[in-house]
Design a protein around this ligand. Structure first.
Ligand SMILES: Cc1ncc(COP(=O)(O)O)c(C=O)c1O
Length: 391
């Protein structure tokens, strides 16, 4: 039976990692993988996580099952950081832990599908796994352009897409630090989006996977908070894997908001049964570590401090790239105002290949770069390589 399965394409980014590792050039540059890197090229464990993990080892008395909702202490401690201080809005907001942001997106889409969503609107390009999840859940996806050539969000395309949407439709939006373009909505644009969502009744599914890596924890939450204040129902898929550096520990949460407390109880019961059927319950270790940080003022301050230094480094790399102006045919100035770890460069697959072969610069075939893969020491070499292949 299993012989009927077709070969699926290998994950291009994982193949890129292998090629990068095999490359012996000392000045090779890895802009492919989507993890934060320090100026030394490392992805260290956060100081606060190390502390919390020590505490966890010393104090955890059992590893007995928790249930499909995971560690609710974690979910509740995280909530004000994500959704603000407005509380649970008279019982309208609840949440559960998920295996990473991926699990949260999966659960959000599965809930929409179970509720009979007609079309799921999504700006493109997007994180490639969005499309895989939507297809796997069997929802009908309608795409619109996310970004304009000038490096701003394509509000015209979003307006048009939402103009055709109604309360049977949903729209998937990146909360901050758009992957792969780095093109975020401004606060004014979020205000308009919140109004449009209120008018059309389309269900917002907001994917917030990089809070704190754009302008700050509060600043990056503007959109999600504005939307939940303006609409009756929303789903928020959250990842702690970037802003706590917990990638492989798979830490995420899904927050749901219903039109009233009874509806929220029903949504949560469906989320719990879908989680049970998918992964039964999320892994505990990472979520418990985040909870220990958020329950401790000093650890929280240290975590925010380390997150701020990451954000500042990303900002400094972006500023230096923008300062370079152009590299051959590529205008780098736009990168300065964009947010988060990613940016899209207008390069062809052939140019990407030449960057790798001739210059040891590794990046996704789509043209996406992880700006955190650059350092003050190699930006000039990168810009020169880009000029060489596109000039
Ligand atoms: C936009 C977006 N959403 C969600 C995720 C999922 O993150 P994770 O499952 O690693 O927490 C990612 C990770 O790359 C992402 O870029």
């Amino acid at each position: 039976m299993l012989d009927r399965l077709d070969q699926q394409p290998a994950d291009a980014l994982l193949a890129l990692i292998k090629m990068y590792e095999a490359d012996t050039r000392p000045d090779k540059i890895d802009l492919g993988v989507g993890v934060y890197r320090t100026a030394d090229g490392g992805t260290p464990v956060f100081r606060a996580i190390k502390q919390a993990e020590k505490r966890l080892v010393d104090t955890q008395g059992t590893k007995a099952y928790l249930g499909p909702e995971g560690d609710m202490g974690f979910v509740r401690a995280l909530m004000p950081h994500v959704l603000g201080d407005a509380g649970n809005r008279d019982g309208r907001i609840d949440g559960m832990q998920t295996p990473g942001g991926t699990g949260a997106v999966r659960l959000a889409v599965a809930l929409a599908q179970k509720a009979g969503v007609r079309n799921l609107l999504m700006g493109v390009p997007s994180w490639p796994n969005h499309k895989q999840i939507l297809d796997d859940c069997g929802v009908t996806t309608v795409t619109f352009d996310h970004a304009c050539e000038d490096g701003s969000a394509d509000m015209g395309a979003l307006r048009e897409a939402l103009g055709k949407a109604g309360k049977d439709d949903a729209v998937l939006l990146h909360g901050a630090c758009h992957n792969p373009t780095g093109v975020d909505y401004t606060n004014e644009q979020w205000d308009e989006i919140a109004d449009l969502l209120g008018e059309t009744g389309a269900l917002p599914i907001i994917d917030l996977a990089y809070q704190g890596l754009g302008d700050g924890m509060e600043e990056d939450a503007y959109g999600v908070r504005k939307v939940i204040a303006s609409v009756p129902e929303a789903l928020v898929a959250y990842s702690c894997d970037k802003n706590f550096g917990l990638y492989r520990d798979r830490v995420g949460a899904l927050y749901v908001m219903g039109a009233n407390a009874d509806e929220t109880v029903r949504i949560m019961s469906n989320a719990a049964s879908l989680a049970r059927a998918n992964w039964s319950m999320p892994p505990d270790h990472g979520g418990a570590s985040v909870r220990l940080i958020l329950e401790d003022e000093d650890l929280t301050a240290d975590w925010l401090d380390e997150l701020a230094s990451m954000r500042e480094r990303i900002g400094a790399v972006r500023a230096k790239l923008a300062e370079a102006g152009t590299a051959g045919a590529v205008d780098l100035t736009k990168l300065g105002a964009q947010k988060g770890m990613f940016a899209m460069l207008p390069v062809s697959k052939e140019q990407v290949e030449r960057l790798r072969k001739d210059h040891g610069v590794y990046m996704a075939g789509s043209g996406r770069i992880n700006v955190a893969g650059l350092t003050m020491g190699n930006i000039d070499a990168f810009v020169a390589a880009l000029a060489d292949v596109t000039g």
